[in-house]
Structures are given as structure tokens and as C-alpha cells.
Ligand binder design. Sequence first.
Ligand code: PLP
Length: 355
Amino acid sequence: MSRYFSEKYSRLVPYTPGEQPARGEISIKLNTNESPYPPTEKAIRGAAEAAAYLNLYSDPEAKLLRAALAERLGVEPDEVLPTNGSDEILNFAFMAFCDEGSPAIFPDITYGFYPVFADLNGVPYRTIPLKDDFTIDPADYYHAGGTVFIANPNAPTGIALTLAEVESIVAANRDNVVVIDEAYVDFGGESAVSLIHKYDNLLVTQTFSKSRSLAGARLGFGVGCVDLIRDLNTVKYSTNPYNVNSLTMAAGLGMLADDETVMARCQKIAETRDKTAAEMQKMGFTLTESRSNFLFAAHPAVEGDVIYRELRKRGILVRHFTGARIRNYNRITVGTPEQMEALLGALRDILAERT
Ligand SMILES: *Cc1c(COP(=O)(O)O)cnc(C)c1O
């Protein structure tokens, strides 16, 4: 730390992103929940064509993208705000809706960026423990007295709340915003977007990083009533009006134009997930019921970090966690069927050696 670093950030512990190994170092990358499938031709061509106009600023209003998103989601363009990854809309929500009087509230085991955003913005926060089986009890969030953040499906557990459960939380917190982070919803969750016309305290966030093959483009968005989106725009125009670059907007439009392909891929990933989970169960793994594009798994006979390291030796990278309740678990992104076959083969080897 330099002696110039602002006092208000000096104790900040930044978020640790999953490793992005150099190409060639790892043969099967299952650690950051990216799509195993590349962007579609339309997305690639769109970005390439947009490159010819990089001398101009991107559209700060993202008009074309908002129109396409609104149509896809069944909402109005003024109810959508595209951002630089969904991390940015989440940060905007901490900036816009949290303070001393409305602290941030989220589960003890969830997306690791929430406490970082709270600390970055000087916002107090409180965590609510998941139940022993890693599920969320919706009633724990009724009349929470703060701005609620819930990832649905949750990460790294993959477990989803039903739409009725989400609605019960939103309805029981009318004096505070409830943010539902739907980064993984396309793999089998129920989206709460349809509720934004009923509840003016609901903000739903989604991303193109997981289901839409654009993690490297950085594109996410928020959906909520016009007033919430206006507040978030006040924050956006005070931070970075050109927050989404023109290549990314074009690529996003391309992926939306190929929505049928995208949804078929999500379906395929969900099937691969369930087959892989069934095979791992036969090997003795304990798994959560994942509705996302990853598995969350522990083995009673081999420690989580041993499995992580042994997989890595075999060129397979997964994500290992060190938190007290989850240190025995690994989070494994669902890749192609071929990648999952390789994973299962490696796990069989490791168990044969270690048990
Ligand atoms: C991946 C992820 C995000 C953010 O992803 P972006 O790439 O910034 O869109 C947000 N929430 C959860 C729960 C995630 O897993």
C-alpha cells in the first residue's frame, strides 16, 4: 500500500476472481462457470462490424440493446439498464439502495462479491446463515430491515428458490429493495422478471456471462420499475456513462437474435449436469440439487482440497472454497459432455488411489 491510499479503502479486502490460466496450461477449465460454447456467428460478426466505428463513443443509452432485451423479457425499455457485467449493476444497487438505515442483507454462503461491494461503498451488512442443507428459508428474510440480495439459483450451492418463495420475500420487504441476482436462471431457475410490474421494490439482475457465452465481453443488466432504473441511471451517469462498449453491445444483440440456440444450449448443459451428478453420486459424492451450470460436490472419504489438487495435476481446473462450512466442497462448472466424461474418469482415478 502506498502512503497515498485513501484511508477509506485501506482495509478493503478485494474480491478474488477465479483463475484464468494461460491458454494451454489447463486442458479443461471448469472453475468460473463460463459457457463451454463460443458466441454465435451473429454475435462475432456483429462485434467485428462494430469495430469499424470504435472512433465513436458507444451509445450511452444503449437504445438498441435495451429494446431487444425488453422484447425478450416482456418489459418496457425504460425498465432495463445494461451494465459492464452484472457485477456493475450489483455495485450500482449497493450504491443506490444501501446505507446506514438500509444495510445490505444476504446469506452467509453466497456470491463472494456482495460483502466486497458493501465494504467498498461503506455500507453495513448482515448475513443470514443458510440452513444445514444449504437451502434458504424464505421466512428468514421477511421484514429484514435492509436491502436484501439473493442469488437465485444461489452460488456456489446451485440451489434455487421457487418463484412463489421469491415473491414472498419481495412482498414482505415493501419498504426496502430486494435484489434477485439471476446469473444462473437460464439453467433451470424460475425468473422473477414477471413480478417487476407488481412490486416497485424488486430489482432483478442477469448476465450474458454464463448462459450467453459472453463472459469476456462483460455484459449484464438490471430489470425493475422505471423509478428504480432511474435511480440506478443517476449512479451510472455519475460513474461511467459509456459503461457498455460498442463491441459488447453488438455481440449482445447477436446473442439475443440467436436466443433459440442459446436456450437449447442451456437445456443441453442442464442435461449434462444431471447425468454427471448421477454418476458422481454413484461414486459416493454428496451433491446439492443444482439448477445452475455447476455442481457443488464433496466426498466423504477424500478432502475437497485434495480433489482440487489431484484434478489440477490432471489438467482439470475446478473451484475450491475455504469457508468453514464448505471447505470440503468443490464447485465444478458443467462443460461439454466430453469434458464431463474426462472429469468423471479423473475422479474415478483419484478415488481409486485415495480410498
Ligand atoms: C458470475 C456471477 C455474477 C456476475 O457475473 P458478470 O460476469 O459480472 O456478469 C453475478 N452473480 C453471481 C451469483 C455470479 O455467479
